[in-house]
Ligand binder design. Structure first.
Ligand code: SF4
Length: 242
């Protein structure tokens, strides 16, 4: 590593720390009512900017979404969509996953990261769905969390996008933007979710998550947020300081 690069990286870390501190201070000073009003303005502006915001995983039913969401951990939605195009034609029910042979299934999903662990989770999921839920994907957070490989993030994706039951999905983009926007000062995704829930009406939880993901991908990237061209820069305590 050259001395110049080392300085740049340290400089970036220092800047990120300063910005995190700045939004955390802002988070502490703002009243809940003020934060709510600001969060709703953010939601409104993003909704106008990204009318096409949606779940970018392809699926036709709750089972397909469950499978796609488990496959999407540490993998891009584009890659998952490539894999599931064939996979969903081959495995059409929970029973099909329950009866699949691990060695063959691993080959079917080999191009996604952590394919061995994901194979274990998906085949175990199929068995549990068959044994406990008559082969159907359950509709409650508690039941979804009982499935192998399903945490709150996956459960909220399914509740929100397959069943229309609001759920805030805190992935890397939603976590980062929530902190930069001073809507949460938490690092843990479950705690970020708890911070966001009172700020946004429940019927907006799912779409608000998609809007933050779209904005994170297009404008407020992890490394180089485009604050000058960001439609939220007058509402964001981290603007021009990330
Ligand atoms: S103003 Fe900058 S830091 Fe804030 S949301 Fe926009 S791009 Fe991100």
């Amino acid at each position: 590593m050259t001395p110049k690069k080392a300085t740049t990286r340290i400089g970036r870390k220092k800047k990120t720390r300063q910005s995190t501190t700045r939004s955390a201070v802002f988070f502490a000073k703002e009243t809940l009512g003020q934060k709510c009003a600001r969060a709703r303005k953010i939601d409104k502006r993003l909704a106008a900017a990204y009318p096409d915001a949606r779940c970018t995983l392809n699926f036709k039913n709750p089972l397909e979404l469950l499978v796609a969401t488990i496959l999407a951990a540490q993998c891009t939605d584009e890659r998952v969509n490539l894999v599931t195009r064939k996979l969903f034609r081959k495995y059409r029910s929970a029973k099909a996953y329950a009866q699949a042979k691990a060695a063959i299934f691993e080959k079917d999903i080999t191009s996604v990261g952590f394919f061995r662990n994901k194979t274990k989770s998906l085949l175990a999921c199929g068995r549990l769905l068959e044994d406990r839920y008559s082969g159907k994907v359950p509709k409650t957070m508690e039941e979804l969390l009982s499935l192998p490989g399903v945490g709150r993030k996956t459960a909220n994706v399914i509740l929100g996008n397959a069943f229309g039951i609001g759920g805030i999905v805190v992935d890397t983009h939603v976590g980062r933007l929530s902190r930069r926007l001073g809507l949460s000062d938490q690092g843990d995704p479950d705690k970020v979710e708890q911070d966001l829930m009172p700020l946004i009406p429940q019927n907006r939880w799912t779409i608000f998550s998609h809007l933050l993901v779209f904005h994170g991908r297009r404008i407020c990237s992890a490394r180089k947020p485009d604050c000058p061209n960001c439609l939220l820069n007058d509402l964001c305590p981290s603007a021009f300081g990330v």
